[in-house]
Design a binder for this molecule. Sequence first.
Ligand SMILES: Nc1ncnc2c1ncn2[C@@H]1O[C@H](COP(=O)(O)OP(=O)(O)OP(=O)(O)O)[C@@H](O)[C@H]1O
Ligand SMILES: [Mg+2]
Length: 255
Amino acid sequence: MAGEVLLAAEGLSVGYGRRVVQHDLNFAIRRGEVFVVMGGSGTGKSTLLRHLIGLQAPLAGRVLLDGEDFWARPAQARAVLQQRFGVLYQDGALWSGMTLRENISLPLAAYHPQLTGDELAELAALKLALVGLAGCDLLYPAQLSGGMRKRAGLARALALDPEILFFDEPSAGLDPLNAQALDELILQLRDGLGTTIVLVTHELPSIRAVADTCLFLDAASRTQIALGPLHQLQGEDAHPTVRRFLRRGLGSKEK
Ligand SMILES: Nc1ncnc2c1ncn2[C@@H]1O[C@H](COP(=O)(O)OP(=O)(O)OP(=O)(O)O)[C@@H](O)[C@H]1O
Ligand SMILES: [Mg+2]
């Protein structure tokens, strides 16, 4: 099912300045798979995503995209590569002064200057319909519920039909039905479009439903302590911390 390696970490350390949040990360994300990143609050999941999407340079090691060192390229080439990424940030991060249509059209217009206003509006409407927000084009983020904002953020992440989608806790704040709809959308993207998805989540039902490969970041050792399919992380040979984490239902986040 999953194809060749698309994105990989090689001896990767992530963090801020001299502060190493996670070190010695080694994993490969294959084309067309759902790659789940797990770990307690504050272990560095969002930080790792920022490094994978090219917002922060590694403190050590490398991020490989199509087998090539992402950070060895000039800034302009990196910006071009980033067009292949779609990102749903943990906080949704919509532009509050703009309607949903404008929120979604803006990235489209930036990369496809040839599109007319009508075409942009039509594409935005399509993306909104895809996430169950048909007809909400002219609403502002403040007029939406938390779950709707999350889905609007998702529509924006989908705007450029990205090859790799990064989701940071997309189902946090969604009711179970909406969370399930999101899982289904993730599978649709993977199976229908062959999109590769990197997903940070704590939700065990979601992980069960969508995960192909799981990575577990440990707080104590500040490195990965498990990598593989979910059943492997739940198995006898798995690290006790990982098994404990998975047994505790994952639904409630520890702070
Ligand atoms: N901009 C920043 N500058 C310095 N340190 C930061 C910054 N952002 C996050 N950190 C620190 O990095 C560590 C990891 O944070 P991160 O947000 O990656 O955790 P997380 O695993 O995503 O947590 P959560 O599950 O709560 O979202 C934390 O100790 C945090 O305080
Ligand atoms: Mg986070």
